[in-house]
Design a protein around this ligand. Sequence first.
Ligand code: SF4
Ligand code: SF4
Length: 283
Amino acid sequence: MNHKGPDSSAPVNRILRSSIVDGPGNRAVVFVQGCNFNCVYCHNPETIALCSACGICVSRCPAGALSAYNDKIIWEQKKCVLCDECIKICPHSSSPRVRVMNAHDVIAEIAPSLPFIRGITVSGGECTLYPNFLQELGKLAKENKKTFFLDTNGNYDFSANPELLSLCDGIMLDIKASPADGEKVTGQRDYNMFGTAEFLAGAGKLYEIRTVVSPGLFDAAALVDETCRRIAPINKSVQYKLIRYRPNGVRPSAASVLAAPEDLLMEKLAAICGGYGIKAVVV
Ligand code: SF4
Ligand code: SF4
């Protein structure tokens, strides 16, 4: 799937003008649409696919905000009451509430917040599907004296894009499963998340590692240990966010089989990080 547009635009699912959980300080967050993973516990499954214009959601909109035209779905934002009916009914892990935006559009939308935020974070979906968009937004972030962070699944070769890397102040990287469990957890085979983590840590760009923990899905203790063993010798200032699996937003078919971890397991994982001198944050 290649969404890299020549005009440096990207499909944007939503923009938060202010968040304190997406990197350091108060930040604006851009959630792009489209992901090259299909994680079993995805908390925003409506951001995975681009709309195929199947039309199923159009007649379900109670506000008349959706219409089909020229093989596209038109979303009238002013009419939308954000009831989420279209997202619930979509059988394709998509959303009709997506806007194609360039970096200037994003800055214009968050302009009222610029005096109050420390930086801009791009999340998703998977933001690295749109490297041209990221580069343009990173440049505008710098022009506005804001830090620029990315939240990524790590299936991207940052070493091949030094210009983008130089614009990033920090990267939040998911370590989702060991290579053996990767396909079961993410739907993606053979991605080099340890290699990405080691490269970013060595480049001084790895701000945070994130792992979602659900007992029985994979051996979280082994994964956290392996990750810390690789990263600690390179850069101990990286923090490890250990995220309890929660069913909010998860597809019902997955939520019915996934379990939330007990405190004891999260404490054990935090202790593993501590043993390597890496700060753990349990959420
Ligand atoms: S959230 Fe979707 S279904 Fe609800 S009003 Fe908006 S477009 Fe229509
Ligand atoms: S959002 Fe989903 S249901 Fe609606 S037209 Fe697109 S693919 Fe079909």
